[in-house]
Write a protein of this length. Structure first.
Length: 152
């Protein structure tokens, strides 16, 4: 059986950052790696769920909303995948940083935090989302489109 692309990345060398996981036509899958894999430093389920709600809401309300295909967590609890219809990696990195900044600036109710809107609405915290966004922004703040390749 053929390995999927993400299983061909050496996770022992993977550091937190932004990576291009794959490109399919005009859709780029970004690996938003927030934790070093296999270190035991995982993102809690509540923090992942909370950041997912905030990032997905903010990025889909940006001026690039038409480019957003998907944003969701990795099962290994070390980051997220962001799929964008775009081949402008510079603009995409800027969008990621701006979205994290908007999360930090946000002062309102957690989006999708009701029983009607979410299947686990009690497991959400704006503070957890902001904490993760702040830590990750510190990691990626100086990254550019030239830093998106997995290290070999």
């Amino acid at each position: 059986m053929k390995k999927i692309t993400s299983f061909t990345v050496d996770h022992t060398k993977l550091e937190p950052g932004i990576y291009i996981s794959r490109i399919d036509g005009d859709i780029t899958t970004y690996d938003l790696r927030m934790r070093k894999p296999n270190t035991g430093d995982l993102i809690s389920n509540a923090a992942m769920h909370s950041l997912e709600h905030m990032f997905a809401t903010m990025v889909r309300n940006s001026d690039r909303e038409g480019s957003v295909i998907y944003f969701g967590p990795m099962g290994c609890q070390t980051g997220f995948y962001l799929l964008l219809r775009s081949m402008d990696h510079k603009a995409d990195v800027k969008l990621i940083k701006e979205t994290l900044e908007k999360i930090l600036e946000y002062d309102g109710d957690m989006p999708g935090a009701s029983e009607i809107e979410c299947g686990n609405y009690r497991n959400l915290s704006l503070d957890l989302a902001k904490n993760e966004a702040e830590k990750y922004l510190e990691v990626v703040k100086d990254l550019t489109e030239n830093d998106l390749e997995y290290k070999k």
